[in-house]
Write a protein that binds this ligand. Structure first.
Ligand SMILES: Nc1ncnc2c1ncn2[C@@H]1O[C@H](COP(=O)(O)OP(=O)(O)OP(=O)(O)O)[C@@H](O)[C@H]1O
Ligand SMILES: [Mg+2]
Length: 245
């Protein structure tokens, strides 16, 4: 479980601020959904937390410590990261992919079977290579791999994007339960507002590199920002239309 304090973060690339003075305080154990249009800076924000990207200004504190002062291996060990493009190593089996991070830090523990079960994949997939898995199965291995080093913080960039709606719903719920059981803090990027509203305690809306809203799902509907309200109203209107079929 990790508390995060993002202070006045600015990331400039190509002559403009792609993160423009972002401040957020996320309590230990929170489940935050990060939403916003394509190109609004969501991936950049996740990468500034685990220092895959260096911020130009501002700071990120985890449990009160400035991450800039934490050695990278130590920092990354405490953070599970599920990247947008999955990023499994093609020449390693599923089990080797999962055990990679703990192994890098000297652990010989094989957690593949246990973690595959956690993401509802059969244990026999451990010996397969990523190319022998469907996109959605690969995505679940990506989640299992991010959990392997027993992180306190999970950064997930569209972790369920390649899944059919039923598996997506199941895995979303299963992950949410896991988040509670393992005492994680989670920041999850999603383009599915319905998923965000149903899973998260809190929704942060990023638009053009700025935090435009930061509220509990129900409170977001009352936002005085029309763009934010529209974001919430779309899935709700869809749900009403579906219910009326
Ligand atoms: N190195 C870079 N140089 C210039 N611009 C960059 C660089 N990296 C990212 N950007 C731009 O910064 C903006 C934010 O990118 P980012 O990947 O954070 O968006 P995102 O919200 O994750 O979008 P998506 O939902 O499509 O994944 C984009 O407009 C992107 O083109
Ligand atoms: Mg992105």
């Amino acid at each position: 479980m990790s508390a995060i304090d993002i202070r006045d973060l600015i990331v400039r690339r190509g002559g403009r601020a792609i993160l423009d003075d972002v401040s957020l305080t996320i309590g230990a154990g929170a489940f935050v959904a990060l939403v916003g249009p394509s190109g609004s800076g969501k991936t950049t924000l996740l990468k500034s937390i685990n220092r895959l990207i260096a911020a130009d200004e501002g700071a990120v504190l985890i449990d009160g410590r400035d991450t800039a002062a934490v050695p990278l291996p130590v920092l990354r060990h405490g953070i599970g990261y599920v990247i947008q493009s999955i990023g499994l190593f093609p020449h390693l089996t599923v089990a080797e992919n999962i055990n990679l991070v703990p192994k890098l830090t000297g652990s010989s523990e094989d957690r593949a079977a246990e973690l595959l079960e956690l993401v509802s994949l059969p244990a026999e997939m451990a010996v397969r290579y990523p190319r022998e898995l469907s996109g959605g199965q690969q995505q679940r291995v990506g989640v299992a791999r991010a959990l392997a080093a027993r992180p306190g913080l999970m950064l997930m960039d569209e972790p369920f994007g390649a899944l059919d709606p039923i598996t997506r719903e199941e895995l979303g719920r299963a992950y949410r339960a896991l988040h509670g059981r393992l005492g994680l803090t989670t920041i999850m990027v999603t383009h599915d507002l319905g998923e965000a509203l149903l899973l998260a305690d809190r929704i942060v809306v990023l638009i053009e590199g700025r935090v435009r809203a930061d509220a509990a799902p129900a409170a977001l509907r009352q936002s005085d920002d029309p763009e934010v309200r529209a974001l919430v109203e779309t899935p709700l209107a869809q749900a009403r239309r579906l219910a009326a079929l």
